[in-house]
Design a protein around this ligand. Structure first.
Ligand code: GDP
Length: 307
């Protein structure tokens, strides 16, 4: 059994490679839900949906999120009706949020609603939200505190991030099956995701980090930082403004208590000895996932490093 901690686009690409080299039925994905928010009255789970759409091969290849060839008729009409429409929801995408929201309103848990979405899209991996409880990432900027999506989408990550907090985390419980998946795993992978706002909230759910420390399975992470920079998104600036190093070493330090292996890009081969000095095995390979072959090769190299 393989357990994977996952954020959005980077993680989804990695998982798409992983299912090409491992039996999807042996994979449990634990997804970040601290970015979930209500738009147009619908419960949107951006990271979970990015994983589902990518694994179902319906994801928009240009953006890495949303559904390919989607249309925006509903959003355009919502705007005419005076709704707030800065969060882009396509018509097909909205159908997913309608399904999830209906199930939640009927009293189902987020785990149950997620399971329904996974089945509807024919995805063969197990996908668990990190928690069924409400955790919200709050980003402190010089303009004040904002929700993650406000910072990420509406304000286009232009603010320097001064602090992060995961509201509700202290009282949250891991979703059913999460701790068992970590305990039963033969191998655990932290996908290439933003360590602070995608993996950070998962590790903030009480019990999850402890389970990763305690497990006898080997734990590997893939560095999302290459040559000091994020391939996309604000991870590099966020690491720096929050006092971490924007490098594979900064990533290794954030995970130092749980990691056996860090997979880092060939461009960062020179950092391997510093990683090893943290008592973490460094595996150097090409980690840029441009196509199906490079995704599968990265998944294969990661699995090999911990099997
Ligand atoms: P997002 O915020 O929805 O994009 O989700 P994630 O948190 O999963 O991913 C963001 C991080 O993934 C960024 O820091 C990227 O640098 C990293 N990333 C994206 N694509 C790749 C890739 O092909 N290889 C590696 N190593 N990292 C990647």
């Amino acid at each position: 059994m393989i357990a994977v901690l996952a954020g959005g686009v980077g993680a989804a690409k990695f998982l798409r490679g992983l299912v090409d080299v491992a039996d999807p039925a042996s994979i449990t994905v634990i997804g970040n839900t601290a970015d979930d928010e209500e738009f147009l009255g619908l419960h949107v789970s951006p990271d979970l949906d990015t994983v589902v759409y990518t694994l179902a091969d319906v994801v928009d290849p240009e953006t890495g999120w949303g559904i390919a060839n989607d249309t925006y008729t509903t959003l355009e009409q919502a705007e005419k009706l005076g709704q707030s429409t800065w969060f882009k929801l396509g018509d097909k995408d909205i159908a997913t949020h309608l399904l999830r929201t209906r199930l939640l309103r009927e009293g189902k848990t987020l785990s149950e609603a997620t399971q329904a979405v996974v089945e509807a899209f024919g995805v063969k991996c197990r996908l668990l939200p990190m928690t069924d409880d409400r955790i919200r990432t709050i980003v402190t900027t010089d303009q004040g505190d904002v929700s993650f999506q406000e910072y990420f989408v509406h304000r286009r990550q232009k603010d320097d991030v001064r602090a992060l907090r995961f509201e509700g985390a202290e009282d949250a419980r891991p979703a059913p099956g999460v701790l068992e998946a970590l305990q039963d795993a033969d191998a655990i992978i932290i996908a290439p995701s933003n360590p602070l706002v995608s993996i950070g909230p998962i590790l903030a759910v009480p019990g999850i980090r402890d389970a990763l420390v305690a497990t006898s399975a080997k734990v590997a992470a893939i560095s999302p930082i290459i040559g000091g920079r994020a391939l996309k998104g604000p991870a590099d600036r966020m690491l720096t403004s929050l006092g971490h190093e924007s490098s594979a070493i900064g990533v290794a330090k954030l995970y130092a208590d749980i990691l056996d292996v860090l997979v880092l890009d060939s461009e960062d081969a020179g950092l391997a000895s510093d990683i090893e000095a943290l008592d973490i095995d460094a595996v150097v390979t090409n980690t840029i996932m441009r196509d199906a072959e490079s995704r599968a090769a990265l998944a294969e190299a990661t699995l090999k490093s911990i099997s």
